[in-house]
Design a protein around this ligand. Structure first.
Ligand code: BGP
Length: 468
């Protein structure tokens, strides 16, 4: 079987991780511009001031994407480039940069898939309480409308937010992302609710503009599986799926919050301040979502957790783990298993878990259209005689694409696959050593680009549409 004609093969990036030019052409300061410079916050003590200089080299990069045969490029817009203080004047130079990037993609027939928020929040909004403050929600809706108006004639695929669980979880539970707060579940749940209403309002506004494109959100997809058949572990797994999947997917796709979690939050005093009007906004927007984006790296292996404390992991070190793998004391915990395979950074490799998780989503949410908006392996790629021989990446992507193919054959509504990442870039906590790209960036030689083995492999895969 070949992948269907309308299935998009792409690759992704995010503004802070690739652009650099952090204070050029009128860009405002973002929370990450500051946070990454606080000593001890990132493990490699580096930042995205220059990143891989995509801001100045986007033409070279898009040309390489075209050479690879990429059908779509998922990138994010830096809010602080468009509205430097987050909520005030528009910066024409910021609009110009993304106009140029979009036009460059279209010149080569590459479909731009645009994420509005991939974690770099204008600092003035962060300083006012960030996502726990509902004024940030208002500011986001305004910013989203600016982008729809400026780019909507050419951009027909929009993602509002990337991985709410990560920037809220790392921001308010693990202290590893801005604003660096540890173990504050009340703020965490409030922030997630504010993000969901921001998303819902942006979706409704977009639909009213009749630009005839599609809009959705991207979530972490880390389905939970019990470590064994023990009834208590299976119960804990149900709870894990409620906390890490239902809490995120239900308000978007069903317009309601999962009862089990709502009840738990009430018992623990963590219920967000939500108004009837906001809950209604979620309901109205839910059927207007065109798709859901899934970022899959690994599943969660779950066991019961008997510790009767209030919150989630207490130490910053635990934040190096997989996206969304927070454990809730007294509810569930995620564990490593001896018979599973892990990357150097301890992320499990499991294409089976991917397919099984997709099946679970179909049962829970029916035929909703889905894009895999991120999938890939972080590695220190071997260089042999000047060639980047990233065979583990080829193997990883090949196996996961096979799972996607099987899913399509089983009737799961999958419409595209975006490898993370198109080019080597800044890993939020691990710097530049953890590589994900098809294109290597030489930090010892003026950030020169070089094609990896996987570049040629992905090119061939796209050209044959995955025919085996
Ligand atoms: C996802 C993020 C990406 C990217 C990826 C890999 O959660 O959406 O931006 O960073 O994870 O993560 P890391 O760089 O931590 O290995």
């Amino acid at each position: 079987m070949r992948f269907p004609k309308d299935f998009l093969f792409g690759a992704a990036s995010a503004s802070y991780q690739v652009e650099g030019a952090w204070n050029e052409d009128g860009k405002g300061v973002s929370n990450w511009d500051l946070f990454s410079k606080i000593p001890g916050k990132t493990f490699e003590a580096t930042n995205g001031d220059v990143a891989v200089d995509h801001y100045h080299r986007y033409k070279e990069d898009v040309k390489l994407m075209a050479e690879m045969g990429l059908e779509s490029y998922r990138f994010s817009v830096s809010w602080a480039r468009i509205i430097p203080d987050g909520d005030g004047e528009i910066n024409p130079k910021g609009i110009e940069f993304y106009n140029n990037l979009i036009d460059e993609c279209l010149h080569y027939g590459i479909v731009p898939f645009v994420t509005l928020y991939h974690w770099d929040l204008p600092q003035p909004l962060e300083a006012n309480g960030g996502w726990t403050n509902k004024r940030t929600t208002d500011a986001f809706v305004k910013y989203a409308n600016v982008c729809f108006k400026a780019f909507g004639d050419r951009v027909k695929h929009w993602i509002t937010f990337n991985e709410t669980v990560i920037f809220c979880g790392h921001g308010y539970l693990l202290g590893a992302h801005p604003p660096g707060i540890l173990s504050d579940p009340k703020k965490y749940f409030q922030a997630t609710h504010n993000v969901f209403t921001a998303h819902a309002r942006a979706v409704s506004d977009y639909k009213k503009m009749k630009q005839f494109g599609e809009i959705g959100i991207t979530h972490v997809f880390n389905p939970a599986f019990s470590i064994d058949n023990n009834a208590e572990n299976e119960k804990a797994t149900y709870h894990a799926n409620q906390y890490s999947t239902a809490w995120y997917y239900d308000p978007i796709l069903l317009g309601t919050y999962p009862e089990y979690v709502v009840k738990q939050l009430a018992e623990k005093g963590w219920t967000p301040e939500w108004t009837a009007e906001e809950l209604d906004i979620l309901k109205v927007a839910a059927p207007q979502n065109d798709f859901i984006g899934l970022n899959y790296y690994q599943p969660q292996r779950v066991a019961k957790n008997d510790v009767q404390e209030d919150s989630t992991p207490k130490s910053r070190e635990q934040s190096t783990g997989a996206p969304g793998n927070a454990s809730f004391d007294g509810v569930y915990k995620t564990v490593k298993m001896a018979d599973k395979v892990y990357t150097k950074w301890g992320w499990e490799i499991s294409a089976e878990g991917f397919l099984e998780g997709l099946r679970m989503l179909k049962v829970a949410y029916g035929d909703v259209k889905m894009y895999i908006t991120e999938n890939g392996i972080g590695d220190e790629d071997p260089i042999i005689q000047d060639e980047i021989v990233d065979i583990p990446r080829i193997k990883y992507i090949e196996e996961h694409l096979k799972a996607v193919k099987k899913g399509i054959l089983e009737g799961i509504n999958l419409k595209g696959y975006y490898a993370w990442s198109v080019i080597d870039l800044l890993s939020w906590l691990n710097g530049y050593k953890k590589q994900y790209g098809f294109i290597y960036v030489d930090h010892t030689n003026n950030l020169a680009r070089k094609k990896k083995l996987s570049f040629h492999w992905y090119k061939q895969m796209i050209a044959t549409r995955g025919e085996e």
